[in-house]
Design a protein around this ligand. Structure first.
Ligand code: KG4
Ligand code: ZN
Length: 335
């Protein structure tokens, strides 16, 4: 089965074509980051308008790269939530319309399920069951994944998502938006012995996270020591050290709690090199394995939506003709 996937939940327009036998045939992406950067965050109306402009050209480009015509496509998948309502509606309307015109089934896909299963696009995909660490701009969750569609949330952030904490701290350090990757680059130059930030909630049992205190800690440190170049790098380093160590501790705890030995990491923060390295070190000691999507599929993309859509269509699921989206949609409420 060959599926066209469309992602428009936030500030990236992603389109891909996935074939159940041949794998990923094409993927195209347009990032709106520069549009939103001057506003310091995503402006929903501008995001919707850009999706309107870009989605169909990207579909044409992906179809041409995959050397497909409409007759080669057996289904259309689009992100139906969670995300920005206007942005989601663009992808949903286009996806449903193409399905209707080409007379193929369509299906709405949960954005976070896309992230969760993105490592399945790699040459050495994880087998079920596994523990997944989902770390994006809006989510920080540990999830027990039994099989496609069976997701038990083991723990999540009680306040800021980890990507959000990266972005807010980066903004305070004058790194623009979204600043996660820039903060990580600055941290490379920092001294990890100068400041020690707390590791939130590691003394308590359980798998919950809290990251808003770390951001405040970074602000207070900046007030006390100023923001010269060296101090900015040292703050970035201390912040990243604390986030990464906290995530690693909780991942180890989740593997123990579930008696599982496979860990999957997904979402934008999964692109963080230090996190990847420290998780590799941890699983080695635990006799476990860790799986990451390639860097470009850590952040939002159409490939993960095409992949999940294909699995669900193969399982016989079908959407109807209605165009509905779900801005808030907990991962464990997928059916
Ligand atoms: O999954 P994603 O593309 O979008 C959401 O669905 O939220 O994740 C974006 C988040 C942003 O907060 C961004 O700053 C963060 O991922 N991010 C990083 C890195 N690259 C992206 N955070 C830390 N280190 C990175 N290298
Ligand atoms: Zn995402």
């Amino acid at each position: 089965m060959r599926v066209l996937g469309i992602e428009t939940s936030c500030d990236e327009t992603g389109v891909a074509i996935y074939d159940s036998k041949e794998g990923l045939l094409a993927h195209t992406l347009y990032s709106q980051v520069s549009t939103h950067a001057e506003f310091g965050g995503v402006v929903p109306e501008l995001a919707s308008r850009d999706h309107v402009r870009k989605t169909i050209p990207l579909i044409e480009q992906a179809m041409s790269e995959a050397r497909c015509t409409k007759k080669d496509i057996h289904g259309v998948a689009y992100t139906s939530g969670p995300g920005l309502v206007g942005a989601l509606l663009v992808g949903a309307a286009i996806g449903r319309s193409i399905g209707f015109a080409w007379q193929v089934p369509t299906i709405g896909v949960h954005h976070m399920e896309g992230h969760l299963l993105a490592p399945m696009l790699e040459s050495n995909p994880p087998a079920f069951p596994f523990v997944a660490l989902l770390v994006s701009g809006g989510h920080t969750q540990l999830v027990k994944v039994e099989k496609l569609g069976s997701y038990e949330i083991l723990g999540e952030s009680l306040d800021d998502a980890v990507g959000e904490a990266f972005d807010k701290t980066a903004k305070m350090l004058g790194l623009g938006y979204p600043g996660g990757a820039a903060l990580a680059a600055l941290a490379e130059k920092g001294n990890s012995d100068r400041f020690h930030f707390p590791r939130p909630m590691i003394d308590r049992p359980g798998l919950e996270f809290s990251f808003s205190g770390l951001k405040t800690f970074a602000i207070n440190t900046a007030h006390q020591y100023g923001l010269d170049e060296e101090t900015r790098a040292d703050i970035a380093r201390a912040f990243q050290d604390a986030v990464v160590e906290t995530l690693v501790i909780k991942c180890r705890r989740a593997l123990h709690a579930t008696s599982l030995s496979r860990l999957v990491v997904a979402g934008g923060v999964g692109a963080n090199q230090m996190l990847r390295q420290k998780l590799h070190d941890m699983v080695k000691k635990e006799n476990a394995e860790v799986y990451f999507p390639r860097q470009e599929f850590c952040t939002d993309n159409g490939a993960m939506i095409a992949y999940v859509g294909c699995q669900r269509l193969l399982a016989g699921q079908r959407g109807d003709l209605s165009i509905r989206v779900f801005p808030r949609w907990p991962l464990d409420k997928i059916c």
